[in-house]
Design a protein around this ligand. Structure first.
Ligand code: EPU
Length: 427
């Protein structure tokens, strides 16, 4: 039971280097199973979703070597049993990528229903639709998803909704299928392009990733590769907002500015200065912050994973802002926590109305999920007084060294261990 303790009110100043993208690496790690040789992956962030993904591979029989500096060598060629049990899968949403890779490699996958952030309904019907289109038989029994196919045959897959997870799973299953697969209404997120680049570097034949039509010509085998994960667009966006919320001056390094366009545009509308360089952006604020409207959308629209953070910034802006959450139906669970800190937000269904209050006040709060937790960190940094954030394990799923990075920018934040009930008794 650890918590973050933040003494707010300090302007963030200096430079921060962005780590590898969580949502790319959690797809790339399982994808190593598809290779017939070991792979080396660089720029792997030290976050708990990565440890869980690596642990799943290890427990399944893969050899995982940490070469240091965020580089891992993974040999998954000795995995024989295409099963991911509940105990391993339940901690992480992305464990469902093992369905696609195991099916692609072994024509069989048995994976427990995934865990992950509670953001409302998170069905997997489109994942199963893709597997079925490729000729697999999908069943659920006892909390497990069981998929098998005598042969995987390339096919046309049309997604009824734009989904990152199902697009990735369809790619993973189709890459070693027989013939051509065409995915229509595909998601276009940068991490989908990163996964396709990784697989192509192993000899896959994937075209169109980053557009809404992806064509995959199945190959018989995939070789080993050495590949560096792209920088995390959401981690970058989070530091950009934190800089703005504290009226700081921060150079956010190791980013791909194109991936940040929708975030940059909204920040500029709010009155934040964003200067773009080749692989960094500088955030400063010299005037008032002002209201805006935001609607989350699939890439290249404004990302749902930045909605809680930017909503926190809008609490500090002048006027009434409207935020519409169009991806998930339960992504305002942080609002009650922000209200404890003085925010004035009302939520009706998928729409939040934020009345700017100019100032937030430190309070004890609880992180309800990963990005909501990041939003509470931003609120704590900007607030006057002390904020204590519980359940920070959510935040540590997706932000590498967040305390060290923020302290280097001048924040007063520390991680404190709080004894659990058993430890408390012993004291
Ligand atoms: N959906 C369906 N059926 C499906 C799959 C999705 O109806 O079979 C719906 C979902 O309910 C949701 C929408 O489609 O309303 C989009 O869901 P998507 O599949 O795109 O989300 P995901 O794959 O579950 C990934 C990220 C999330 C991120 C979303 C949207 C990973 C591991 N997770 O989730 O990341 O919010 O895409 O961009 O890549 C985070 O990093 O904090 C996070 C939650």
């Amino acid at each position: 039971m650890d918590k973050f303790v933040i003494k707010g009110g300090r302007r963030l100043k200096g430079e921060v280097t962005i780590s590898g993208a969580k949502n790319a690496v959690v797809a790339v790690i399982p994808a190593v199973i598809l290779s017939d040789e070991p792979c080396v992956i660089e720029n792997v962030p030290d976050i708990s979703d990565v440890s869980i993904s690596l642990r799943i591979l290890y427990e399944m029989g893969a050899k995982v070597e940490n070469l240091g500096g965020g580089t891992y060598r993974i040999d998954a060629t000795m995995i024989k049993d295409p099963i991911v049990p509940y105990e391993l899968a339940r901690h992480m949403r992305a464990s469902y990528y093992f369905l696609g890779t195991l099916l692609g490699k072994f024509r069989r996958a048995r994976v427990a229903m995934p865990g992950g952030c509670n953001l409302g309904d998170r069905p997997i019907d489109q994942h199963l639709k893709a597997f079925s289109a490729l000729g697999a038989d999908c069943r659920r029994d006892n909390g497990m998803i069981d998929i098998s196919a005598d042969m995987l045959i390339g096919s046309q897959i049309y997604f009824d909704t734009v989904t990152v997870g199902a697009t990735i799973n369809a790619i993973l299953a189709a890459v070693r299928a027989t013939g051509l697969t065409i995915i229509e209404n595909a998601a276009k997120e940068p991490h989908i392009v990163d996964l396709a680049n990784f697989l192509n570097s192993m000899g896959a034949d994937i075209m169109g990733a980053g557009t809404d039509v992806i064509k995959i010509r199945g190959v018989r085998s995939l070789r080993g590769t050495q590949y560096a994960i792209i920088p995390d667009q959401i981690e970058a966006g989070t530091y950009m907002v934190a800089a703005a919320a504290t009226r700081g001056d921060v150079l956010v390094k190791n980013v791909i500015p194109k991936h940040l366009e929708s975030i940059t545009q909204k920040l500029m509308k709010i009155g934040v200065n964003v200067e773009e360089f080749d692989d960094s952006v500088r955030i400063t604020v010299d005037g008032p912050l002002v209201k805006t409207s935001i609607k989350t959308q699939p890439h290249p629209g404004f990302p749902t994973d930045m909605q809680p953070q930017i909503s926190t910034l809008l609490c500090l802006a002048e006027g009434t802002s409207i935020v519409t959450e169009d991806i998930f139906n339960n992504r305002f669970r942080y609002v009650d926590e922000l209200r404890r800190m003085g925010a004035d937000i009302s939520v009706e269904g998928r729409v939040a109305v934020i009345e700017g209050v100019g100032k937030l006040y430190g309070a004890p709060v609880t992180a309800p999920d990963l990005r909501a937790g990041a939003a509470l960190v931003i609120a704590g940094l900007a607030a006057s007084g002390v904020t204590e954030i519980d359940d920070i394990y959510h935040i540590e799923r997706g932000y590498e060294n967040i305390v060290e990075k923020l302290r280097a920018l001048g924040a007063d934040i520390e991680k404190r261990s709080v004894p659990g009930p058993a430890q408390r008794k012993a004291v």
